[in-house]
Design a protein around this ligand. Structure first.
Ligand code: NZQ
Ligand code: ZN
Length: 392
């Protein structure tokens, strides 16, 4: 296991009615005037926004609001939020929604305290300072409620990039699983897929002797394989929702990724798909993961055979572990299809003729790009094209 430091001080309020604590938690973490940031309307329709406002009013916390965050959140609204916060002397940013809203809130929180263009953070500059951030989570998926990351799409060129820094870890996150019961089945499935991807991308490591985190990852994927179909079948299943919600946080606050190298190839390839076609991140990952794993399997067949056997129950073929490894990838693919995820470019709405462009942006699209992807294995632009072709 590699050396690491790990400090993840987010306060979690988990369970029924916890959104009522929003005002008290903002006060506890030093806020006086909050930006209430939310998405396209689900929190208005469900009455959640009003309940949060009531909670802030009860604690004497002033607020201004900015709704309309789109899935795959855009830089344009981040600039708008930064301006609003400055004008209104906002000292706390509360995101009410999913990963897109939380990520937009994070970008605004950093941008307010930064003299330059906030996009610098999405070109590799580390986030050192941000206004304090709180979240009220409405979908179990991205894990942004506990992560130090944010992903934003720049309209100019439709470039989707991530930024990181400890200042991006929320001060608190309110996690009421009942809030996720209004999710359409497709969005629930996208979330489950993203959670599984966060676990696989950590499992695919070149670090030896990491049995503790290996086992944590395996357990969480198995829990998703068990709970996923239960919420697709019955969206009101609170207990299944609760298990998925906590797994989503655990999968991505890095508790199971410390002390080991990680992959992120699937995420890199997927971000190009969601930038170009505006598809849901989880749906993109469902198409990307089996292709990436099929291509990179030869790099460490034993690792793929291990997860196939331990998580998906594929019998270990000691004479030909490759057979077990392949069976594991097929088991993952079948599971994702069974919960309603797309399986190829066509079902995603992606086009074969865009493959060159996708691979080019993926390998060269950011200022500090080197033309290669570095993760579990190194990939050239031509190899990235081959992987996209496996998704046809
Ligand atoms: O906008 P509203 O009306 O709220 O509708 C949303 C949106 O259409 C809807 N929704 C959310 N909660 C709901 C609900 N509908 C009914 N009932 C509810 N309770 O679901 C749709 C998707 O929401 P979104 O926030 O986009 O989903 P998700 O949490 O999957 O976030 C995806 C974004 O997170 C990024 C992705 O790239 C993508 O941009 N990621 C962020 C990460 C991070 N910050 O650590 C890591 C991830 O790997 C990921 O890349
Ligand atoms: Zn993800």
């Amino acid at each position: 296991m590699d050396n690491f430091s790990f400090y993840a001080p987010t306060y979690f309020a988990f369970g029924k009615d916890t959104e009522k604590q929003a005002g008290a938690l903002i006060r506890r973490f030093g806020g006086h005037k909050a930006l209430l940031h939310y998405g396209g309307g689900s929190v208005v329709r469900s009455g959640l926004l009003d309940r949060v406002k009531e909670s802030l009013n009860a604690e004497g916390i002033a607020w201004v609001e900015l709704g309309g965050v789109k899935p795959n959140p855009r830089s344009g609204q981040v600039y708008e939020g930064i301006e609003l916060c400055r004008k209104e002397n906002v000292d706390f940013v509360l995101a009410i929604g999913g990963g897109s809203t939380i990520d937009s809130a994070k970008a605004i929180a950093a941008g307010v305290l930064y003299d330059g263009d906030f996009w610098d953070f999405y070109e590799g500059k580390r986030v050192e300072k941000a206004l304090p951030i709180g979240t009220v989570l409405t979908i179990a998926a991205a894990g942004s409620e506990g992560s130090p990351d944010s992903v934003i799409t720049k309209e100019q060129g439709m470039i989707k990039r991530g930024a990181s820094g400890e200042a991006y870890r929320p001060k608190f996150s309110i996690m009421n699983p009942a809030l996720t019961q209004t999710l359409p089945a497709y969005q629930s499935a996208c979330g489950i897929t993203d959670i599984i991807a966060h676990l696989y991308e950590r499992y695919l490591t070149n670090t030896k002797e990491v049995e503790t985190t290996d086992r944590m990852i395996e357990a969480l994927i198995m829990a998703m394989a068990h709970e996923g179909p239960r919420v697709i079948e019955n969206p009101d299943n609170y207990d299944a929702r609760a298990n998925i919600m906590w797994a989503g946080m655990m999968a991505h606050n890095n508790s199971c990724g410390v002390g080991r190298s990680q992959d992120w190839t699937s995420h890199n390839l997927e971000h190009e798909l969601s930038a170009l076609y505006d598809v849901a991140h989880g749906a993109g990952l469902a198409v990307v993961m089996p292709a990436v794993f099929t291509y990179t399997m030869k790099h460490d067949v034993t690792r793929f055979a291990k997860i196939a056997n331990r998580v998906w129950g594929c019998p270990m073929d000691f004479d030909c572990p490759e057979r077990t490894a392949k069976a594991g990838i097929e088991a993952l693919r079948s599971f994702l299809i069974s919960i309603g995820m797309p399986k190829n470019f066509a079902e995603l709405g992606a086009k074969e003729e865009d493959i060159d462009q996708l691979a080019q942006t993926c390998c060269w699209g950011s200022e500090n790009a080197s033309g290669k992807l570095y993760g579990f294995t190194q990939l050239t632009e031509d190899e990235v094209k081959e992987i996209y072709r496996l998704m046809l």
